[in-house]
Design a protein around this ligand. Structure first.
Ligand code: AGP
Length: 585
């Protein structure tokens, strides 16, 4: 996912844009660039590499201007190169655009524009945007951008600056690429994600699908692509700048692993109480009688969120006796899935912006299914488009490897399963009380598990040079085997497979030799001395209800992957080839 940061006001634009881009560094990127406008001249600088490379490029000759936009690119069309880096310009070099997402009809547009004499410099889909705007330039910048927006197909967030309009920043958005504007005094800001704005403003407004924003130093005007005015007030975000920093931890991932007791506490807050057998999720958007009428639930998600969904299947089937399907969102959206009004679709996503999960939600709703999203980012596309939402309240997650969002998702699916079970009359209230009690104890138990970080680091030391790992688990712990393997793969680049324990004898056992570590996620009773005789290393977790074991064992698996990655010298927060949110197909 690309990062975008824009500024218009009376100060030096670069001084806002570069730190803003740094705040978005966690998304992963391959090149960076900046465009500023000063007087009537447009200045473009761009390079492959990190923001440090861009800083080096401009160190001795800093671009001037109180209007500008910066970009970090994660290549989709055209390899990472200086030429393909954003911003991209028109034929006359009078306007510049940056873009996040995909222009689906760029080939057709490029062909038509080329026939009209436009010459292209890059292999990107983005460059056509500058040329389409140029085609309408006689209308003035804002009108030209508005007309261009209507010509583009796909999912995109675009920002444009032009030498002809040295006090105006124009941005527009369609589909799943997010764009946020921020309100200052005598200056306005823009970014693809809130952390880039923190420290300068907390007054923000998220652009909706099909909206265009015109930013000047004193105002932000919103309208639809067809010109219809939009009136919405900004909201105040309660995240502060520090929440987006590492707070003394060596990596965001470690910080977020350690934040899990608090994240889980927040997920259950106000939704359960000690003596009641009631689960309160007012934002669910569905009445109890609607839950009773369901005949199936369908989870859709990607990656780690899909693993949370697999745990959700066990819980919903156990507590609510409702048949559950779990689909990888990209598979669901490209099949002809069978859903209807008696199916509840539950997309799960940390970001709420994952393109495949959003598309799966839309497909399900088009077929008449109701949808309740489990999501971490308030106001994200997924949350807005679903009928209801269970927010996971894990707080901002910056590390590319999802950790606290995962355990919060496990808690959210537990709450949903209990809620469904109660509404449908399939779960005994005494069981609900037991699980609620277990959930309330969970933050304390998670803190106990976290104390084993150093012991887990020592275990990791024995395995840093291994090339393959096998993770095994049964029942509720099978999805955790998948999650443990995914964590190890994505941050330490060690090949790992997760398997249901019972499947070993049907093939994978042939892989085992003396160099293959096997992580067995198993339950041993407290005081069991036998387990130490059959395993080389044991990482104990405190006793808990069977239903809550996945929530606890997630932490040792995250810590094992984290320490392995650090010991192998890997870039834990920005693993190669990965982005935090995959907002493209
Ligand atoms: C997790 O560690 C991943 N990096 C990735 O699998 C992630 O869970 C997936 O891309 C889904 O993201 P989402 O939860 O924001 O939709």
């Amino acid at each position: 996912m690309c990062g975008i940061v824009g500024y218009v006001g009376h100060q030096d634009a670069v001084s806002f844009i570069l730190p803003g881009l740094r705040r978005l560094e966690y998304r992963g990127y391959d090149s960076a660039g900046i465009a500023t406008v000063s007087g009537q001249s447009l200045d473009i600088r761009k390079t492959t590499g990190k923001i440090a490379d861009l800083e080096a490029l401009i160190a001795s000759d800093r671009p001037e201007g109180a209007l500008g936009v910066g970009h970090t690119r994660w290549a989709t069309h055209g390899r990472p190169s200086d030429t393909n880096a954003h911003p991209h310009i028109d034929c006359q070099s009078r306007l510049a655009v940056v873009h996040n997402g995909i222009i689906e009809n760029y080939r057709e547009l490029r062909k038509t524009l080329a026939a009209d004499g436009h010459r292209f410099r890059s292999q990107t889909d983005t460059e056509v945007i500058a040329h389409v705007i140029e085609r309408y330039q006689a209308d003035g910048l804002v009108a030209a951008v508005q007309r261009a927006a209507q010509d583009l197909q796909g999912a995109f967030a675009v920002v444009c600056v032009a030498a002809s309009a040295p006090r105006t920043l124009v941005a527009f958005r369609r589909g799943s690429s997010p764009l946020v504007v921020g309100y200052g005094r005598g200056e306005m800001f823009l970014a693809s994600d809130v952390p880039a704005l923190l420290g300068r403003t907390r007054e923000i407004l998220v652009l909706e699908d099909g909206e265009l924003a015109v930013l000047t130093a004193d105002d932000i005007i919103l309208r639809r692509f067809d010109g219809a005015p939009v009136r919405r007030s900004p909201r105040t975000v309660d995240w502060d700048g520090e929440a987006a920093e590492k707070s003394g931890y060596s990596h965001f991932m470690l910080k977020e692993i350690c934040e899990q007791p608090e994240a889980v506490q927040n997920t259950i807050r106000d939704r359960v109480d000690v003596d009641g057998a009631d689960i309160r999720i007012p934002e669910l958007g569905l009445k109890d009688r609607e839950l009773t009428g369901l005949n199936r639930l369908c989870f859709v998600a990607c990656g780690t969120s899909w693993h949370a969904a697999l745990v959700g299947k066990y819980l919903v089937e156990a507590f609510a006796r409702l048949p559950v399907e779990v689909d990888i969102a990209s598979e669901f959206r490209y099949r002809r899935p069978v859903v209807d009004s008696r199916v509840l679709t539950v997309p799960i996503s940390q970001s709420g912006e994952t393109a495949d999960t959003l598309a799966a939600l839309r497909e399900a709703r088009d077929q008449g299914s109701r949808a309740v999203a489990i999501c971490n980012v308030v106001g994200s596309s997924l949350a807005r488009e679903a009928d209801g939402v269970v927010y996971t309240r894990a707080g901002i997650e910056i590390g590319v490897a999802s950790t606290k969002a995962f355990t919060s998702q496990l808690v959210a699916v537990t709450l949903l399963a209990l809620k469904l079970g109660l509404a449908r009359g399939f779960v005994d209230p005494s069981m609900v009380r037991q699980v609620v009690k277990g959930l309330m104890e969970l933050p304390e138990l998670l803190s106990i598990v976290l104390r084993q970080s150093e012991a887990i680091r020592e275990i990791a030391e024995h395995f840093v040079d291994r090339h393959h790992f096998l993770y095994l688990g049964r029942g509720l712990l099978f999805p955790l085997a998948l999650e443990g393997a995914l964590k190890l793969k994505e941050i330490s680049y060690i090949h790992a497979e997760g398997y249901p324990a019972g499947e070993m004898k049907h093939g994978p056992i042939a892989l085992i030799d003396s160099r293959m570590p096997v992580v067995v996620i198993a339950v041993a009773t407290e005081g069991d001395t036998e387990i130490g005789n059959i395993a080389d290393y044991v990482i104990p977790v405190p006793p808990s209800l069977e239903w809550l074991q996945p929530h606890l064992v997630a932490i040792p698996l995250q810590l094992l992957a984290y320490h392995m990655a650090v010991l192998r010298g890997c870039d834990v927060d920005q693993p190669r080839n990965l982005a935090k949110s995959v907002t493209v197909e």
